[in-house]
Design a binder for this molecule. Structure first.
Ligand SMILES: [Zn+2]
Length: 309
């Protein structure tokens, strides 16, 4: 059978899979990004993984979709100045994989890929104005309007994680202070807790552990969770005020823990969304699970090349 080869390029791992026309992952392969080496070597690794996955999934690769850590130029199919893998900057995975497999290839920023996956095969089906937000080591987002990915000038991807919530807040990798990402991504939550004078735990703290401590009754962890809920709510309230979408879908590793606080997040949003119909905006958790990025990467190909459905 024919299926799409999906490539998810992240700062810590590269996942490759074969995804059928209904968004089902038939097979998958994984490798750490840090040991992949310079781009020509990484390309060989990715191509090998795709071939192995195709064999495992008993499929022929009919096209390849890529979701990558950014920034990328989706229209030229090129990595730009990659924040996490700088040595690959300027490489053209779309051209290279297209030459290696003789199929059409498309690439998007991974948050946009995630948005496309959820919009077509996940929690965002039948929503004409959809925002997908992923909260993990950073905060990213993708905006889908009438089934099509929203692009800015020259194909640019909007950076919702760098909306400023506290102009005098903690410094962000972008140069500003108090960005949503610098306040509410996983590392920001850990930093806040570890630097608190009352913190007595050791190193190796994670957002997930903070949630676990909070659930077990640790008062400082409970404050960290309360702070996280507040900043997630404020950032989302801004998005609702700006876009009044039909739905916002939340994914990413921090949301896996924060999801149980969805009602509290919504309460924060209510304080900041008085002039827009927040009650009509669905705030929901992503539904594609651990394969969301791969499924999204496959959907990148459909979005670019398949007939509009
Ligand atoms: Zn920033």
């Amino acid at each position: 059978m024919k299926a799409i080869g999906a490539v998810d390029i992240g700062g810590t791992k590269i996942a490759v899979g074969i995804v059928d026309d209904s968004g089902r992952v038939l097979s998958r392969q994984e490798a750490p990004t840090q040991t992949a080496g310079p781009w020509p070597q990484a390309l060989t690794l990715i191509a090998d993984m795709l071939r192995k996955a195709a064999l495992q999934g008993h499929a022929t690769i009919a096209g390849i979709g890529i979701g990558s850590t950014g920034p990328v130029d989706p229209l030229k199919g090129r990595f730009e100045n990659l924040d996490t893998i700088p040595q690959w900057s300027g490489a053209s995975p779309v051209d290279d994989l297209s030459r290696a497999f003789h199929v059409s290839v498309a690439m998007e920023n991974d948050a946009d890929a995630g948005a496309l996956g959820e919009a077509s095969w996940g929690a965002g089906q039948n929503k004409s104005r959809l925002i997908y937000i992923t909260v993990g080591t950073g905060i990213g987002g993708g905006i889908i309007l009438d089934g099509r990915l929203y692009r800015g000038v020259d194909g640019a991807h909007p950076e919702v994680g760098h909306q400023v919530l506290e102009a005098n807040g903690p410094p962000c990798s972008c140069g500003l202070r108090g960005c949503w990402e610098a306040l509410a991504a996983g590392p920001a939550m850990v930093k806040w807790m570890e630097s608190h004078p009352e913190y007595t735990g050791g190193p190796g703290l994670t957002a997930r552990r903070i949630y676990e401590h909070a659930m077990a009754g640790d008062p400082l962890a409970a404050r960290a969770v309360e702070r996280e809920t507040f900043y997630l709510g404020i950032g989302l309230a801004n998005l609702v005020n700006l876009f009044t979408p039909d739905a916002i879908i939340l994914g990413g590793s921090v949301i896996k823990s924060a999801g149980v606080f969805l009602e509290d997040i919504r309460k924060v949003m209510q304080q900041g969304c008085r002039f827009v119909p927040l009650e009509k905006v669905e705030i929901t958790l992503a539904s594609l699970g651990d394969d969301a990025n791969l499924i999204g990467a496959a959907r990148v190909w459909h979005h670019r090349f398949a007939q509009r459905q």
